[in-house]
Ligand binder design. Structure first.
Ligand SMILES: [Zn+2]
Length: 104
């Protein structure tokens, strides 16, 4: 009886863990917490702004505030080309991410 309980508990814990890992790999949490903190991304981003200068938000034209680089595609992560990203303001970035992923 005790053995059965252990099996059930272990199965439950492993199942939860597997779901969490899976979500992290696909979802944006890994992207935000790992990719965007990586030396590669930091230097790409710095280089991008150096190459393109002081450009406005590509969605609304907002200028003069902090802009993010939005990934148009994630297929070239770790070796983006300049056209794989576009500058967007915080507000439009949130809207774009909402539309792209989530599905909620
Ligand atoms: Zn904008």
């Amino acid at each position: 009886m005790a053995t059965l309980a252990v099996v059930v508990v272990v199965g439950y814990v492993v199942g939860r863990w597997a779901r969490r890992v899976n979500r992290r790999r696909r979802g944006s949490r890994w992207y935000r917490e790992v990719y965007l903190q990586s030396p590669h991304w930091r230097s790409f981003r710095r280089g991008w702004w150096a190459r393109h200068g002081n450009v406005p938000c590509s969605v609304c034209g907002f200028h003069g505030g902090p802009l993010d680089l939005h990934h148009v595609t994630y297929k070239n992560l770790w070796h983006e080309r300049d056209e794989d990203v576009r500058p967007v303001c915080r507000r439009d970035h949130d809207l774009l991410e909402e539309r792209k992923g989530g599905g909620r």
